[in-house]
Write a protein that binds this ligand. Structure first.
Ligand code: SAM
Length: 321
């Protein structure tokens, strides 16, 4: 069966017995959430800052979109001090079924709630929102079609007018053979988050690229059992493509965001106090146990902010008030 990449990804990842409805993401790849509980602590710091800015509302929302196994939502809840925890309403949003061990207080839902007061966090969600792929030909961009059983590709028709306009604005292809991942469904997905935010902040964290630095042949990739594999959309592997977060930012602004910051995870986490700083060596003599704990934490922090690794992820942070 030949489909556009968007339809093929939709079916492979979220169709009946699709990859994400069947598998535990952590068995296949490592995200910041799984890398260290320090990530949840940083999210809690961001949430506390929003709480303060909102004047400590009676109910403070934390909404985790693309929650996977719910580890981040559970981690923030567990780390929250009692005065915050008692006001916290945590919603984990995913298309997958509710994980069995999730704490009862966490609401599990297939869609984000309306009227959010607090923080929305979406770690590695948008890269799994299916996109079509276009290839530049001598006659202009054409859609790439894929055979869902073996991943073979061939060219199809022209992209829609709306997709052509998106390509012009956000991912102009220059030479024949170049490929672009048409991010319009991600822009819409992100806008749908911003319209649900009544007051507070929304953060999307993902592998990303910007208009002046798009990869000329795209970023489509497959992952299975911790290894990169050919992206065959047969439901046997994760299929992902990096995110044009600058386009999502513009879409979020059109949907009502009043502030936008686009930075790296390294910079964002450093601003939240995650620096990877090592404990002083004298501590090794006075408090060897504490020293070892501090050293382990420093190495987890360092992984989250490593420039060539997780620290290189894009952080799109927008707010409404
Ligand atoms: C790469 S995993 C990330 C899991 C988790 N956030 C983490 O960082 O470990 C992406 C998750 O997004 C979910 N997802 C994709 N599209 C979705 C949608 N439209 N609504 C809710 N969840 C979605 C998938 O089911 C999957 O669990």
């Amino acid at each position: 069966m030949w489909l556009t990449w968007r339809a093929a990804m939709e079916h492979a990842l979220y169709g009946e017995s699709g990859f994400y409805l069947r598998e535990r993401p952590s068995s296949h790849f490592r995200t910041s959430v799984g890398a260290s509980p320090v990530f949840a602590e940083a999210v809690l710091r961001e949430l506390a800052a929003i709480d303060e800015a909102l004047g400590g509302p009676d109910v403070l929302d934390l909404v985790d979109i693309g929650a996977g196994e719910g580890e981040l939502a559970a981690g923030v809840l567990a780390a929250a001090p009692p005065a915050l925890r008692s006001r916290l309403r945590v919603t984990a949003v995913d298309l997958a079924p509710r994980p069995p061990a999730l704490p009862e207080e966490i609401v599990w839902s297939r869609a984000a709630p309306d009227g959010i007061h607090g923080l929305v966090i979406a770690n590695e969600w948008l890269d799994n929102v299916p996109v079509d792929i276009a290839e530049q030909t001598a006659d202009g961009p054409r859609l790439v079609m894929v055979n869902v059983t073996d991943g073979e590709e061939r060219l199809g028709g022209m992209p829609s007018e709306a997709d052509l306009a998106w390509l012009d604005r956000w991912w102009p292809m220059r030479a024949v053979g170049e490929r672009a991942e048409i991010g319009r469904p991600r822009d819409r997905a992100w806008a749908s988050v911003i319209v649900r935010l009544a007051r507070g902040g929304a953060i999307a964290i993902d592998y990303s690229h910007a208009l002046d630095d798009r990869p000329p042949y795209g970023t489509l990739a497959g992952y299975r059992d911790g290894a990169m594999v050919a992206p065959v959309p047969d439901g046997s592997c994760d299929i992902t493509a990096h995110v044009a977060l600058d386009a999502c930012a513009a879409s979020g602004e059109s949907a009502g965001a009043v502030t936008t910051a686009l930075t790296t995870q390294r910079e964002a986490l450093r601003a939240l106090g995650i620096t990877g700083g090592r404990p002083p060596v004298e501590q090794a003599r006075n408090d060897p146990r504490g020293y070892l704990q501090a050293l382990a934490r420093a190495s987890e922090e360092a992984e989250l902010i490593a420039a060539g690794g997780l620290g290189g992820f894009g952080w799109l942070s927008q707010s409404r008030h």
